[in-house]
Design a protein around this ligand. Structure first.
Ligand code: IPE
Ligand code: IPE
Ligand code: MG
Length: 257
């Protein structure tokens, strides 16, 4: 499945088991390939999105069971508005369907919902579903399920620059006080505290690009690309990606780990 890497792996590595003591704290996923999954089955693209929603449920529980601290899921980008109107409106309804059926399970698994992105631009009923889910799960202190909805990494950075410029202009801070931690603090991931930067970024469906996702935060993340389309992703493929992560040597610019 992880074809390129697999070639370099020995049989013993392929059968490696997951190390439960080295689970990436923050996993970010670009959930891609819903449309192609549907087209392969001669179904409309939205059938892929519907199935993809089921995958979100399964993968959320799987990640929570593995002890992941934050699962960030890219659900709708600032560029996805370019899609046909029908598809966009279906995608806007999905969070409503998702939270209506899944909040009790999230609470049962102690999962807290957070959202990053420009929520104010979403339809009113979608905004309400999102805010309700955030409120209903606010007491949960297990995994954080962080949805990127109408999210763009560049948009996020532009917002941060505006905020910082405003603080400088008002005299609240000086230019000299602008540093990496101040920039981070002005990004939408600020609420994730020490987990704001993903350890592992997974993209499904074979595309190998980040499509405006978490540009700042992915600076030192490990990337895993899989050919599996999002509706076919599951607990097993998640574990495979984590096993691949566990075989990497993160150096953060230094020489040894
Ligand atoms: C991912 O699947 C879901 C969203 C981007 C909203 P796509 O809809 O991008 O599926 P493909 O890439 O066209 O197959
Ligand atoms: C990225 O997928 C956005 C989401 C998964 C929400 P796209 O399908 O929109 O990305 P591109 O257009 O292939 O780069
Ligand atoms: Mg796509």
């Amino acid at each position: 499945m992880f074809s390129r890497q697999k070639k370099a792996q020995s049989i013993s590595e392929e059968t490696k088991v997951i190390d439960r003591n080295n689970i990436p704290a923050h996993i970010a996923i670009i959930m891609d390939g819903n449309g192609r999954w549907a087209q392969k089955r001669h179904l409309p693209r939205i059938a892929g999105h519907r199935e993809g929603m089921q995958t979100v449920k399964k993968v959320t529980i799987a990640a929570s069971d593995l002890g992941v601290k934050v699962l960030s899921l890219y659900a709708f980008s600032t560029e996805n508005w370019k899609r046909p109107k029908d598809e966009v409106s279906y995608l806007m309804q999905l969070p409503i369907r998702f939270f209506n059926t899944f909040v009790p399970d999230l609470i049962k698994h102690n999962v807290r919902v957070t959202v990053m992105g420009n929520i104010d631009k979403l339809p009113k009923d979608t905004q309400k579903a999102v805010h309700d889910a955030i409120d209903q799960t606010q007491e949960c202190n297990g995994m954080v399920l962080n949805f990127a909805l109408n999210y763009g990494g560049r948009d996020e950075i532009v917002d941060a620059v505006k905020n910082i410029a405003t603080q400088v202009k008002s005299g609240e801070i000086s230019v000299e006080q602008i540093d990496e931690s101040l920039v981070s603090a002005n990004l939408m991931t600020n609420m994730l505290d020490e987990y704001e930067d993903p350890d592992l970024m997974i993209r499904t469906s074979g595309e190998e690009r980040i499509s405006n996702f978490m540009l700042w935060q992915l600076a030192y993340s490990e990337f895993v690309f899989t050919d599996v389309h999002w509706p076919d992703f599951d607990a097993k493929t998640l574990e495979d990606a984590i096993i691949e992560f566990q075989g990497r040597h993160r150096r953060f610019g230094g020489l040894t780990k």
